[in-house]
Design a protein around this ligand. Structure first.
Ligand SMILES: *[C@@H]1O[C@H](CO)[C@@H](O)[C@H](O)[C@H]1NC(C)=O
Ligand SMILES: *[C@@H]1O[C@H](CO)[C@@H](O)[C@H](O)[C@H]1NC(C)=O
Length: 456
């Protein structure tokens, strides 16, 4: 018996003899013959197969699979045993070893990073040397979803960003290899609208994937990055004129240039690819769509639209009231409520009024006569099933009403004070007249009585 040890060294499935072992076994017909693999054989790294006269007798693969093509053959550990060697089987037995080539054969027909819209093929070529049984191959995309086929051709989007795994399965054992795909794309916009209020700040998200640097984005031919605002006049669904909020200066120092910032501020982690905007104390006028755009020279435009809803609580006529006044509290979102949304108007703890729940927009609470107990913080909350989306707070100040008796007392006191003032005025006036003509007066007095200030 002859043993050859061949090692596969490249992807073209050409095998070059790197080592060669040769040994001779003497046997008689019907003897048991043990064929040992080469000393360098590693069961977890090599494919192995035995052949005689060009016909495959047996194979093993590094993921535990094996096969025998004749019933006189059995495996004993790594050795192949011919239980009873027949007459015609004397000659040269060849053992070939091959390496696992899966990782070498993972390939992508484009250079990373990709732009959305690029067509890219990922190939996992796990073909085995010669006649070894083809294993099953599937891919796992970055989200971990299984896709069948050794080659995947996709139109790149941000969702393809990340590690793709090729899984080779044979006899229920698997071997995995990974390839990294980078796509310059904007993070997906939130799937549902965002909610904010004067009481709750909000980050309007937009970002590029964390693994991508601005240098890579620039190398892809980025032309402009900006934020626009599309006002939404709420219930009428008519959008107003768009406004440019910020433009990104793509020169050496990366920074946002405000066009019309409307009280929004970009977050500080721009360098790390975070393009988000921050809005504090959002008002009714901030309701609308915020659009983050990235344009490339080749015509690719990436856009993400974030709908921002602002919850608002309004007190009519005002927030400073006197008990007994009529008051309307309105809590509104400025758009029709979908069936899963609910508004709750919550009075301050000491108030005798009940919580108001409304499925309709706006939630309106009419209080015919407010009391001092209604003073304090009123909250309006927006709920989606069992989750609170946002809340708004208003503080009411309610002074006690003056009673009739208090009014009478105050009026009486005022009248008395006024009378006293008149009396004092008259007295002063008379004294002043006396002071202007003191001698004349003194002369005419029969019994002049010098007082403290009539010095003699
Ligand atoms: C961007 O910055 C904001 C505010 O600091 C943060 O909340 C958000 O998670 C950041 N986004 C990413 C993708 O890092
Ligand atoms: C409160 O609302 C009612 C009905 O909507 C209205 O008639 C009334 O004038 C309002 N009062 C105030 C003080 O706004």
């Amino acid at each position: 018996t002859e043993r050859n040890y061949l090692e596969n060294i490249d992807q073209e499935q050409q095998y070059t003899t790197t080592q060669f072992e040769f040994s001779v076994i003497y046997a008689q017909v019907n003897d048991m013959v043990t064929l040992e693999p080469p000393k360098t054989y590693s069961p977890t790294e090599h494919y192995l197969y035995w052949s005689f006269g060009g016909l495959e007798l047996a194979w093993r693969n590094p993921i535990g699979g094996s096969g025998l093509n004749a019933d006189i053959l059995i495996w004993s550990g790594n050795s192949l045993i011919i239980t009873k060697i027949p007459q015609g089987q004397f000659g040269t037995f060849t053992c070939t070893l091959g390496r696992d080539k899966i990782e070498k054969n993972l390939s992508m027909n484009q250079t990373s990073p990709l732009l959305p819209g690029d067509r890219v093929s990922l190939t996992c070529d796990a073909e085995k040397p010669h006649s070894l049984k083809s294993p099953q191959i599937h891919w796992l995309n970055p989200q971990g979803v299984r896709i069948f086929g050794y080659q995947q051709t996709v139109t790149a989007t941000g969702l393809h960003n990340g590690e793709w795994t090729c899984v080779v399965t044979n006899d229920n054992k698997e071997k995995r290899a990974k390839i990294k795909v980078t796509v310059v794309d904007l993070s997906p916009a939130p799937t549902s609208p965002l909610y904010t209020s004067k009481s709750q700040p909000l980050t309007i998200p937009c970002s590029i994937p964390s693994g991508i640097s601005w240098e890579q984005v620039k190398a892809k031919g980025v032309q402009g990055v900006h934020w626009d605002y599309f006002p939404n006049t709420g219930l009428s669904h008519i959008s107003g004129d768009p406004q440019r909020l910020f433009s990104l200066s793509l020169n050496d120092t990366l920074r946002w240039q405000p066009d019309r910032s409307r009280g929004l501020t970009p977050v500080s982690s721009l360098i790390k690819g975070n393009l988000s905007l921050f809005i504090n104390k959002a008002k009714e006028e901030d309701r609308g769509d915020y659009v983050c755009t990235m344009k490339f020279r080749n015509g690719v435009t990436l856009k993400r639209t974030v709908q921002v809803n602002v919850l608002q609580i309004i007190s009519s006529p005002e927030t400073d009231l006197i008990s007994g006044q009529q008051l309307n509290l309105t809590c509104s979102l400025g758009r029709l409520l979908s069936s899963d949304l609910q508004l709750k108007l919550i009075p301050p703890e000491q108030s005798a009024l009940q919580l108001l729940t409304s499925d309709r927009e706006p939630a309106l609470l009419n209080i015919p006569e407010v009391g001092t107990g209604d003073s304090g913080k009123w909250r309006c909350e927006l709920w989606q099933r069992s989750a609170r989306l946002t809340y708004a707070v208003i503080a009411l100040k309610i002074e006690p009403k003056l009673s009739v008796w208090m009014l009478i007392i105050i009026c009486s006191v005022t009248v008395i004070v006024l009378l006293l003032l008149v009396l004092v005025f008259i007295l002063c006036h008379r004294r002043q007249r006396k002071m202007r003509h003191p001698r004349h007066r003194l002369c005419h007095c029969k019994n002049p009585k010098p007082k403290g200030f009539y010095r003699t």
